[in-house]
Design a protein around this ligand. Structure first.
Ligand code: ATP
Ligand code: SF4
Ligand code: MG
Length: 347
């Protein structure tokens, strides 16, 4: 059930036209009309290079941006409730009951001076019945959570300090804390990028198991296309604060059509094909806000790319691209130019 008593929707996160600006700053927003969905039991990967706006998207959805510094607009539904319409305090309380965040660096997420078990037990105190839990009940819940995330010998590890645990074990403890309030959706911001490849795979196995067993929806942020392709159901590519491509995961390496996504793929070792690239034509861009964000580097650019933001358009069923000249597809109808600037069509 959602907060209002309605059945929990399939789309646990449903965001439309999320735009974030630094307050009082004209020009390009940090996020420009971002739309994103996460379904129950599924993983949506949000990929893009550093500075693309991946963390900003998470923070804006969770309502943890300082509203004195940023202007946020758009519709943000989490577990069936429109959180963009809520007051800050109500929103934070609601979000903490249905969603949790797992960061990149488990060492920074944990208190170094406190044993791991009590940190998890303390987190369970924020559940609706938490304040009434006896110490024994909080301890037992922490042990149960430690088992759920695959921490072996939890009764012993309960008393370990973070520095006595490996990176992977610390990230499991962070995930246990994230699960302590029974969230429906997890926001994982590069949760494995500080871990070695083997540990990374084990943590990804844990996330897979949790979404299968608990029906969790996961927004998985990464710059690692191979990891996204191997684990997610849907991939959304973010570039300069705009979603530039969205597709089922099986299409990523086979059918990516937006030149930026294709260039990202070409940089993955083993995928750099010897595809012929057109000669880049000289092009003047009057204003970045009115051009394709990739126009400066795109080998496929034409005149319109420098003057009109392409819409995010459906180029085949379930596959959207923000490009006037999607590779392997007919050019977009240019009459869509100003009418749909910055928006999505065909969703
Ligand atoms: N406090 C701030 N004031 C102004 N701009 C900011 C602020 N925080 C972030 N930004 C800008 O927002 C953009 C997106 O940042 P964000 O942290 O979301 O990137 P990211 O995709 O998560 O990158 P990374 O992979 O490095 O974590 C960047 O261009 C960044 O400079
Ligand atoms: S819209 Fe134009 S510049 Fe942008 S990616 Fe497509 S072809 Fe390249
Ligand atoms: Mg980030």
């Amino acid at each position: 059930m959602s907060e209002s008593g309605a059945a929990m929707p399939e789309r646990l996160v449903d965001v439309e036209n999320l735009t974030v600006r630094v307050s009082g700053r004209e020009g390009m927003p940090i996020l420009d009309s971002v739309s994103i969905t996460v379904e129950a039991g599924k993983m949506t990967a949000l990929v893009g290079e550093s500075g693309a706006g991946k963390s900003m998207t998470t923070k804006a959805i969770l309502g943890i941006l300082d509203d004195r510094l940023f202007d946020v607009s758009g519709r943000i539904e989490v577990c069936g409730e429109d959180v963009s319409a809520m007051k800050t305090k109500q929103r934070r309380q609601y979000i903490s009951r249905v969603a949790a965040l797992v960061f990149q660096n488990p060492t920074r997420a944990l208190n170094p001076t406190m044993r791991i078990g009590p940190q998890i037990a303390e987190a369970t105190r924020f559940a609706p019945d938490g304040p009434h839990l006896s110490d024994k009940a909080a301890h037992d819940r922490a042990i149960e959570l430690m088992k759920q995330v695959g921490i072996a010998a939890p009764e012993e590890r309960y008393f370990a300090f973070p520095h006595q645990m490996s990176g992977g074990m610390k990230q499991r403890a962070v995930i246990a804390i994230a699960l302590s309030l029974n969230p429906k959706v997890l926001f994982c911001d590069e949760p494995t990028s500080s871990l070695d490849v083997t540990t990374q795979a084990l943590i990804m196995d844990l996330l897979d198991e949790l979404r299968a067993r608990l029906g969790l929806g996961i927004l998985f942020i990464t710059h690692d296309l191979v990891l996204a392709a191997s684990r997610a159901d849907t991939v959304q590519v973010l570039h300069s604060g705009r979603v530039v491509e969205k597709m089922p995961v099986d299409d990523l390496f086979q059918r990516a059509a937006m030149p930026y996504t294709r260039d990202l793929i070409a940089r993955v070792p083993g995928f750099g094909g010897d595809e012929p690239r057109p000669t880049m034509i000289p092009l003047e861009v009057a204003s970045p806000a009115h051009a394709c964000s990739y126009v400066g580097e795109c080998a496929f650019r034409q005149g319109i790319c420098g003057t009109q933001v392409p819409p995010l358009a459906e180029i085949e069923p379930g596959h959207l691209a923000r490009c006037w000249f999607p590779v392997g597809h007919p050019p977009l109808d240019q009459s869509l130019a100003t009418a749909h600037e910055g928006a999505s069509i065909g969703r």
